[in-house]
Design a protein around this ligand. Structure first.
Ligand SMILES: [Zn+2]
Ligand SMILES: [Zn+2]
Length: 459
């Protein structure tokens, strides 16, 4: 009798899956992955590291509470990566923080939180960090402070628990796979048959809502190890290995699960980067990030601030609203990729890709020759975080130009607000000179027309 699913190639060697991501079989596999990472990988985190300012303490049996740590206090903790959804059933605020420090009753915890606590407990991890409980949600200053520490919070965790299938905290972390172990009788009504399961899809398409969220990209990249709870099985990602219960995630059936490298921000690789490699690393990160979704437009820069901060620790570069001063000329050559409507943010400079809120890509043309030099470049931060929200920015470039009349024909310009210093100079390549002039003049137009709908490029 024909099997309705594609059979696995012998070389893929699919292995049995647990069928329930909260089962002891699934956790035995998870412990095996952790053990392998502990013993064999460079990504192995320290067994004890500096604790975040607040963590959920789950060590005491039967009592869960918010633990405010002392300066320098160490321990091991897990992080939760989750979709907030439109409604958050439980948050820490200035009104309830004292009560949360005393105890948080299980009845008040939504399923995703409760099951994440269960994961940490079963892995003997005493603390759990959940952003909506460990950051005071109605305190702008606490949010700014903790947001700036996000790199260390995720990087120092033992593991990040990814509620990949949940659209909000009221969904579940553990599910039974509908595809698991279906019985196919050899003939109608026969008790003799074969057990089979469908080829797993590994989160392709929209089946894992969490992975489409922009905030989650840096959480996933900064965490040394992530376990995704999906519809079908557990999926493991660390800096050196991506695997899953069925063992086929790297197969030709699931080419889309890891569109970027998990180790894109791995410190042991970053420290050996050349200038060109750092630049390419950032471009890949921004391109991936720009495809993801944000609930709040104002989070466009904050949601990638941890990744930017991590990169700057190794390059020493100056951050400029999603671009870098040291590679500014080529960074400006981003281009709008998607045709979807854009939502411009007034306070973000027009030369930043973050202005538009749509998918972008960078020009990596090997033949490109930089003909402009940076005179000055700076941004104004809205808070204390140079990698977070901005309230404005300016760049001044020096470059060659064609006679302006040849370049600005048909374009609306406003000389009073010219943002660029353009130096006429001898140049041999007329076409390239024209490109640089267009770059300057188009930027000038965009900078002076806030309602211009035609912003579509970094040049
Ligand atoms: Zn590892
Ligand atoms: Zn699999």
């Amino acid at each position: 009798m024909p099997v309705p699913w594609a059979t696995a190639a012998q070389s893929e060697k699919p292995t049995p899956i647990s069928g329930y991501t909260g089962s002891e079989m699934a956790f035995a596999t998870l412990r095996k992955w952790i053990d392998t990472c502990d013993r064999k990988h460079a990504c192995r985190p320290q067994s004890s590291s500096l604790l975040p300012a607040r963590v959920l303490c789950i060590r005491d049996t039967g009592r869960i509470f918010l633990h405010c740590t002392k300066p320098g206090e160490t321990g091991s903790y897990a992080c939760l990566s989750h979709c907030w959804g439109a409604y958050q059933p439980l948050r820490t605020t200035t009104a309830n923080i004292a009560s949360h420090q005393s105890a948080i009753h299980e009845d008040a915890l939504p399923p995703v939180f409760l099951q994440a606590i269960s994961v940490a407990a079963r892995l003997h991890i005493p603390y759990l960090w959940i952003d909506s409980l460990c950051i005071i949600q109605d305190s702008e200053s606490d949010w700014q402070m903790q947001s700036a520490l996000m790199v260390d919070i995720y990087a120092n965790s033992i593991i990040t628990i990814s509620a990949a299938l949940a659209t909000c905290d009221l969904d579940a972390l553990f599910v039974r796979s509908p595809q698991y172990n279906q019985f196919i009788p050899l003939e109608a009504g026969a008790s003799l048959g074969i057990s089979a399961r469908a080829t797993l899809k590994h989160g392709t398409g929209t089946s894992l809502p969490l992975l489409s969220r922009a905030w989650v990209l840096q959480e996933r990249l900064l965490s040394p190890r992530v376990v995704h709870f999906t519809w079908e099985e557990l999926i493991w990602e660390c800096m050196e290995q991506t695997t899953c219960e069925c063992g086929c995630i790297r197969s030709l059936w699931s080419p889309n699960f890891v569109p970027f490298d998990k180790n894109l921000l791995f410190d042991k690789i970053l420290r050996h980067d050349s200038k060109m490699e750092s630049k390419e690393r950032w471009y890949r990160l921004v391109e991936e990030y720009s495809r993801l979704q944000l609930t709040l437009d104002r989070d466009r820069l904050p949601a990638i601030s941890g990744a930017a901060r991590r990169l700057s620790e190794f390059t020493g570069y100056t951050y400029l609203a999603g671009l870098w001063k040291e590679t500014l000329i080529s960074d400006l050559l981003w281009e709008r990729k998607s045709r979807f409507a854009i939502r411009q943010l007034d306070l973000i400079p027009s030369w930043s890709w973050a202005k538009l809120g749509c998918e972008v890509e960078f020009d990596r043309s090997m033949s490109m020759q930089e003909l402009a030099t940076v005179i000055t470049a700076s941004c104004d931060s809205s808070g204390h975080d140079a990698f977070g929200e901005v309230t404005g920015g300016r760049i001044q470039l020096s470059t060659v130009v064609q006679p302006p009349s040849a370049v600005i024909a048909g374009a609306k310009t406003n000389d009073e607000n010219a943002s660029f210093q353009i130096a006429s100079d001898n140049y041999s390549d007329k076409d390239t000179g024209s490109l640089c002039a267009r770059m300057a003049i188009r930027r000038q137009v965009y900078a002076t027309e806030s309602d211009d709908e035609d912003i579509s490029s970094g040049i």
